[in-house]
Design a protein around this ligand. Structure first.
Ligand code: MTE
Length: 318
């Protein structure tokens, strides 16, 4: 496991906030930490314009859902990215990260549910205790990483919204801001970036909304302020910088499936037996390693999720 030395540029909380507020907050955080499992996310800590990289307090490691494989180096996780809104090169998202404005930020929960709503980011996150989950992420381009995410289960959000019996899918929409986001000035994809899950996939405890990684607030290039992480599917299902969550009765359109349906199916479960039309999916390059490794069905999460697809022909539903 890696130990990271804090960067010098990281502001101390005492530098950002007036002393009285800071001390109050310290007191609140201590109480929240003692409160344990029920502790909600301390909204105060979250506020402020430039929070990426700030340490997240009160995060509990979830060993049950974490792999004990070696974490991918922090610099690789945050500088080798796919985030087409910020450019198509792997190093573009980090270089253009400042273009993504993450404050103010609101999230709409809508569609087939009894309690729709539009929430400020702080209010949206506040009810949930944060956990660290170390997941494998396998990109459709045949590379992979191991990332210690910080977040909470998506199902908690969905349950609060009380989906109706007609809700069969959940659609996600990423930020749309062509004025600031260089990639959205070109029609590389049909913007905004969209993804979707079947409702049982969305309710699965492995599916999380991440607000951080490596114990810190999510860097913009990794999908700040809020992104999906679905570890048994190719990375593109994990939509970044989410602004809308919608319950639907029918299968929602998704960005990559719309762009190239014969290459990117709706399900996109990691499946070494189904090649991408232009390359094999049998092996992958773990970033930071020299030799390729064998790709596992469902990215190694078969025991947890294979039952969701019982009776389905996964060559047809790729
Ligand atoms: N979400 C948005 N909005 N835009 C994107 O271009 N790329 C996807 C996914 N989510 C993408 C996105 C792809 S292809 C991958 S592999 C993962 O984000 C990469 O996440 P990471 O850069 O944090 O590793």
């Amino acid at each position: 496991m890696l130990i990271r030395i804090p960067r010098r540029s990281e502001p101390k909380p005492s530098e950002i906030t007036p002393k009285a507020v800071y001390e109050d907050r310290r007191r609140f955080l201590r109480t929240a930490a003692v409160a344990g499992a029920g502790a909600a996310f301390p909204a105060l800590w979250w506020s402020g314009p430039a929070v990426a990289g700030r340490k997240l307090p009160g995060v509990r490691h979830n060993a049950q859902y974490s792999t004990d494989e070696e974490w991918t180096d922090y610099d690789d996780v945050t500088s080798y990215n796919n985030f087409y809104e910020l450019g198509t090169g792997k190093d573009d998202p980090k270089r253009n990260a400042r273009r993504l404005k993450t404050r103010p930020w609101s999230i709409a929960v809508e569609g087939e549910c009894e309690k729709p709503g539009v929430y400020d980011l702080e209010d949206f996150i506040q009810p949930y205790a944060l956990e660290e989950r170390v997941y494998r992420l396998r990109c459709v381009e045949a590379w992979s990483m191991v990332i210690p995410w910080v977040g909470f289960e998506l199902r908690r959000v969905l349950e609060r919204a009380r989906p109706t019996s007609r809700a069969k899918f959940v659609a996600f929409e990423s930020v749309y801001d062509p004025k600031h986001l260089p990639g959205q000035k070109r029609r590389i994809l049909d913007w905004p970036y969209r993804e979707g899950l079947r409702i049982d996939e969305a309710m699965h405890p492995l599916t999380i909304l991440a607000v951080g990684l490596y114990g810190e607030v999510l860097p913009n290039q990794n999908g700040a302020p809020l992104r999906l992480v679905v570890p048994w599917k190719y990375g593109f299902k994990s939509a970044k910088s989410i602004v809308r969550i919608r319950f639907t009765e029918t299968q929602p359109p998704t960005a990559w499936n719309t762009a190239s349906p014969h290459e990117y199916g709706f399900y996109s479960n990691v499946n070494p037996a189904v090649d991408h039309p232009r390359w094999s999916q049998k092996k992958e390059r773990r970033i930071g390693e020299f030799f390729k490794r064998r790709t596992l069905p469902f990215n190694g999460y078969a025991e947890e999720v294979a039952h969701l697809y019982a009776g389905m022909d996964l060559r047809k539903y790729y």
